[in-house]
Ligand binder design. Structure first.
Ligand code: ZN
Length: 145
């Protein structure tokens, strides 16, 4: 096995998430299956990912709105190499436009990466992370038939 090629090496180390006082609400929401978007109480601007200060009006006041978890694929990448033993490959990572008007970066599953298309409808689902946290993932929308 060459350096950077994890091959079939068991997953041994998944980096822990960095939870701070500025993003703890977001992870708590994810644990409940809710995608929360920070909203400035000064000007109403939505921001994602969370941050301490509004980039529009500089207010530190905020509350949250709950996302519909509906999105559209804005862009994506499929990582093949270098491989890290902590992740599965090919690893599809998407940049999605949430219906609320902000973007989310998350892994994409439930689809062959060759079938990904810009503009395809996605849903945000939640899965358990290696350390017990819950993280959002993007999955092609399954329209009811
Ligand atoms: Zn603001």
């Amino acid at each position: 096995m060459s350096a950077g090629d994890a091959g079939t090496t068991p997953r041994t180390f998944v980096p822990p998430l960095i939870v701070t006082q500025d993003n703890a609400f977001w992870f708590e929401g994810a644990k409940e299956g809710r995608l929360l978007i920070q909203r400035c109480t000064g000007c109403g601007a939505l921001r994602q990912p969370p941050g301490p200060c509004c980039p529009v009006c500089r207010s530190f006041g905020w509350d949250t709105v709950e996302s519909s978890r509906r999105a559209t694929l804005h862009s994506y990448t499929v990582v093949h190499r270098p491989r890290d033993a902590a992740f599965g490959y090919p690893l599809a990572i998407g940049l999605a436009d949430l219906d609320e008007g902000v973007r989310l970066v998350a892994d994409i599953d439930g689809v062959d990466p060759a079938d990904l298309r810009i503009g395809m409808p996605l849903d945000v689902v939640f899965t358990e992370h290696a350390h017990g946290e819950t993280l959002p993932r993007l999955r092609p929308r399954q329209e009811p038939v």
